[in-house]
Design a protein around this ligand. Sequence first.
Ligand SMILES: NC(=O)NCCC(=O)O
Length: 384
Amino acid sequence: MAKIPEFESVDLILQNALNEDDYKKVCQVLYGNPTPQLEISSTAKDLANQYNIELKAYSIPAQEEQTRKPRKVRIGLYQHELPILACSPISEMKDAMQKMAKNVIALASKIGVNIFCFQEAWYMPFAFCTREKIPWCEYAESAENGHTTQLLQNLAKEYNMVIISPILERDGVDTLWNTAVVIDNSGDYLGKHRKNHIPRVGDFNESTYYFEGNTGHPVFETVYGKIAINICYGRHHPLNWLAFGLNGAEIVFNPSATVGALSEPLWGIEARNAAIANGYFTCAINRVGTEVFDNEFTSGDGKPAHRDFGHFYGSSYVAAPNGSRTPGLSRTRNGLLVTEVDLNLCRQVKDHWGFQMTRRLDMYAELLSQATSPSYSPQIIKKK
Ligand SMILES: NC(=O)NCCC(=O)O
């Protein structure tokens, strides 16, 4: 049966269906305060066209303050499909990915990006659905000094950019992890975070490849702000988001790989809700395209075996603590989303809403510690 072509974006459907005035009203309700477009130079536009990258740039402003200067930071999120076939030789895939990384980071630098983040396991096919170990485990690298980290260290230094690189990590005793490496703007390795929550749902059963992370909820202090990474499936866990907030994050990145049939209705909600609840910016980045493998696999759901996972729907976006968000990138194309945020907005929203002041952590801490006990009995009141 012929596949129905993927539509480009909900945004485009709305824009085409509504007149300008109605579109503005709908956006005000759906997206919150407007996120004005940033000007992009013709050099950057030409480069984006040459690389076939959708390029969008917005700003999320804050109010001017009397006692603090604005803290403007440009965030770059890059979503992409595989540049060559999923089952191509690993060295060819890595070469193609490295070339792509060099191009897109050079492009990001032309728009003044300060912090750049790739999607989950960005330099490889998302092959965990196959449950085959060979060759996919061969993609794993050292977080501290693997080839990918080394390449990005050079680029970070060249462009004075903090780079977040989500990889498949192989540690010194051959344990694999799903890890985000943080490289600072001078090109130094700053640290890493390992994915805390591993999905076991349908084809997203990654548990045979790597363990639940053991790095807690680190926040990385960079010259551009305090940043953290909540990798993919962790976005379904509100306490995971909370923990990064407790440690002082101002921007939390959610590098992901997820498909439409599974999660698309949740996509626009979860990272945005986390921004509102925790008083920080969130950046949701998803893969694009359909990755086809040589060998068939099943999903353990009684349906026929298949060779692809489904369509990774892109739609990367940035959400602010006041609930406003940028439009999403396309569902079908490689894209670079640049968003200029003023980090002062975090405290302004905290002062306005008082969510942090009113949150009763002590009450929840007590409940959570009781709920982790095997003798926990839920507090239910019944009619006698
Ligand atoms: N990579 C990954 O964690 N995918 C899970 C799918 C989802 O959470 O939407």
